[in-house]
Design a protein around this ligand. Structure first.
Ligand SMILES: [Zn+2]
Length: 244
């Protein structure tokens, strides 16, 4: 489809433009490279702005996401480095359904996902009762917030995420820090400021220092207001640079 420059991968959100295969492959490669830098080269933290494409499924592209670089990173951490317990924290405004359902029955992939309630927003999933299946029950934490929720709500629920991640004793932390949860995003209705992103990044860096020799990768995720993208992601980068 990429070579033919035509069609869409889903209902229309995800077009198959010319070169989309190569572009999507570069995203995955960037995330894999970041993980390798952390695991092999003594780098504790990395940020990959183009990545965090959390809607793609193993066998399907959807919601602007062709390949799920997060899932590929998880598989490489396990097969290449023997990392088992991984915490994935997703503060993008949308539920990270591609990651969630791929690992719903995986007891060692700990997912904490705070997002706008799926009753009002794509992809419609991520209800609070979705907490993992079978042996993985309790290894997932979904926190839907009502439209209009801002920093106050985020900071109210954050301690639950922090306790959940600490309890998981992760060997590696992945943060998907979508900027579409900031006030003024044209596709969604949460109202965080960049302080939410800075808070998440700072607290997760602290947990990474405690649990896993500081290992954390942040992935940009969504964001459709470019000023918000700049403000949210530079807040994360600043924390990554300035946290001891
Ligand atoms: Zn999003």
């Amino acid at each position: 489809m990429s070579a033919r420059d035509m069609g869409t991968f889903d209902d229309g959100d995800t077009p198959a433009f010319s070169g989309v295969y190569e572009a999507a492959a570069y995203v995955v490669g960037s995330t894999v490279d970041a993980v390798k830098c952390i695991m092999e080269k003594g780098c504790r933290r990395a940020f990959v702005p183009v990545a965090g494409l959390h809607h793609a499924a193993r066998d399907a592209a959807t919601g602007f996401c062709i390949f799920n670089d997060i899932g590929v990173a998880i598989e490489i951490l396990r097969s290449g480095y023997g990392v088992r317990r991984i915490a994935y924290v997703d503060i993008d405004v949308h539920h990270g359904d591609g990651v969630f359902y791929a690992y719903e029955a995986d007891p060692q992939l700990f997912i904490a996902d705070v997002h706008e309630d799926g009753r009002y927003l794509f992809p419609g999933t991520g209800a609070a009762h979705e907490a993992g299946r079978g042996a993985a029950a309790g290894s997932k934490l979904n926190i839907p917030l009502p439209p209009g929720a801002g920093d106050t709500s985020f900071l109210q629920v954050w301690p639950r995420i922090e306790a959940f991640v600490r309890h998981a004793r992760p060997e590696f932390i992945i943060l998907q820090c979508g900027a579409d949860s900031l006030a003024g995003d044209p596709l969604a209705n949460l109202r965080y400021s960049p302080a939410a992103h800075a808070h998440a990044a700072a607290r997760l860096c602290e947990i990474a220092e405690e649990c896993c020799e500081g290992r954390i990768v942040a992935l940009g995720g969504g964001g459709y207001n470019l000023d918000n993208v700049a403000r949210a992601w530079t807040a994360v980068v600043r924390v990554f640079i300035e946290t001891p």
